[in-house]
Design a protein around this ligand. Structure first.
Ligand code: TRP
Ligand code: SF4
Length: 438
């Protein structure tokens, strides 16, 4: 199986995706001691991650960390697009530095939009809604790929460590793919890694919350980050922990530096073998690797390296469209747009596919199927904050006490509240946009 980030496929077999690509399951242990964990995290909608632990650790220890995500405008913003920004707003509330890339170069290269069209869509549609949804300007930077010279420079220089075969294997490119398209994952890597440059806050854990279709870019960014490191810390064949210098310049100085750091971490029994460009640590365990690696990474900038910490990621499920297939801007009846007038949204909800039985009679007897119901999904993802209330809806639906007609009306009511609130807040958003754009 291959994930194509530019196709409109709906990757939904989440367990298989985890298995096949080595994505970790996102479980209760990952969220339960975060401050006021967000519903998307609590409810299994965020289903997978790569190295979330490192971010979790930074949150726990109140150390700096960053969020970087991106958007490629494709028409109007709908509930599916809202999820990632809900996550971002949550992470902002618990102390993350926020960076949001407007992928105008990617849209130009892969969707045939001009840079101007992308910018207009991003500003008038997405950013306005982000502000209305509650994104704050403090520690928040929204930028256009085409206007960020550092991101573009990074894309070019980082590309040195990736070859054509890897790009073909990862993305399925061939001789007919245009070069701008081929280059766009490298620009995305520039997005993801530039936040660790000194100018943007320095080396620190970075979380990239995305849909799973973006995982190839995450793998690429993680590989590239690792490839640019000057040190590598691993378990050796004879089960020791070793620090290896990966470059040929300044080897002695790098070994001295590593020794000093290991000493400070209280690893005193070290065996340095210059010929192997290595230091073996006698009493370290595998669990010690992240903290050793983090300090080594941070020191690499002194030797002309980047010292990137491999970015972490989380993956959220896609919300199903109201019609039962994909929620898509190109099928208005499948999606609720954040700018939909409440009456229009109400109509879409009343026509939505539910998990109800064929007749009222049958539903009273057999119950409904909330897990196959698009209205329930609205509650789950967007409309109901309290887990207890959600649970009650689930139970009363399953045991046949709840009927679809009233249930939809309730969803309509809640949706109207949400949309009217956004409508109000969008009115003042326009004047604030400048505070976000860097
Ligand atoms: N490729 C993303 C999309 O299609 C947009 C994007 C650009 C992005 N840069 C990013 C996502 C960096 C996450 C991180 O929607
Ligand atoms: Fe869905 Fe509500 Fe009908 Fe249950 S009662 S199937 S949750 S609409």
């Amino acid at each position: 199986m291959k994930i194509d980030p530019w196709s409109s496929a709906n990757y939904q077999d989440y367990a298989r995706l985890r298995d096949e690509f080595g994505i970790e399951e996102f479980t209760e242990d990952d969220w339960k001691d975060l401050p006021h964990p967000h519903k998307l995290l609590r409810r299994g909608i965020v289903f997978g991650h790569r190295n979330f632990e490192q971010v979790h650790d930074a949150i726990r220890k109140k150390k700096p960390w960053a969020i970087l995500t991106g958007l490629m405008p494709s028409g109007k913003m709908h509930l599916g697009h809202k999820m990632v920004i809900d996550e971002v707003i949550y992470y902002q509330s618990i102390g993350a530095d926020i960076f949001i890339a407007v992928a105008d170069i990617e849209a130009f290269a892969t969707r045939g939009l001009t840079l101007e069209e992308t910018k207009a869509l991003a500003v008038n549609e997405y950013i306005k809604n982000y502000i209305a949804l509650g994104l704050k300007p403090e520690n928040c930077h929204i930028y256009l790929q085409s206007e960020n010279q550092d991101v573009k420079d990074m894309a070019y220089t980082l590309a040195k460590k990736i070859n054509w075969s890897t790009m073909v294997a990862t993305y399925g490119f061939d001789g007919s793919t245009n070069m701008a398209h081929i280059f766009s994952p490298l620009v995305q890597t520039g997005d993801i890694l530039h936040v660790q440059l000194e100018k943007y806050g320095g080396v620190r854990p970075t979380l990239v919350p995305v849909g799973v279709d973006q995982d190839p870019h995450i793998r690429l960014s993680r590989d590239i980050a690792q490839a640019h490191r000057l040190y590598n810390v691993t378990v050796t064949k004879d089960n020791k922990i070793g620090v290896f210098v990966k470059v040929d310049k300044d080897v002695e100085k790098l070994l001295d530096n590593a020794e000093e750091i290991l000493y400070k971490l209280n690893f005193k029994e070290l065996k340095r073998i210059a010929d192997y460009k290595a230091i073996y640590i006698q009493k370290a365990k595998e669990e010690d690797i992240p903290k050793i690696d983090e300090l080594l990474a941070k020191s690499e900038t002194k030797f002309g390296g980047y010292g990137f910490i491999q970015p972490s990621s989380t993956y959220h499920r896609f919300i199903t469209g109201l019609t039962g297939d994909k929620m898509s801007s190109s099928k208005p009846e499948s999606a609720i747009f954040l700018t939909d007038p409440p009456k229009i949204a109400a109509k879409k909800i009343m026509n939505a596919k539910t998990g109800g039985a064929v007749s009222l009679e049958a539903q009273k007897k057999e119950g409904g199927k909330p897990d196959e119901c698009m209205v329930y999904e609205l509650f789950l993802y967007h409309l109901i904050e309290k887990d207890k209330e959600l649970q009650e809806i689930h139970t009363s639906c399953k045991n046949g006490q709840r009927m679809c007609g009233n249930c939809k009306k309730y969803a309509v009511q809640l949706m109207e509240k949400l949309l009217v609130d956004l409508q109000e807040k969008r009115k003042t958003a326009e004047g604030k946009i400048k505070q976000y754009l860097s």
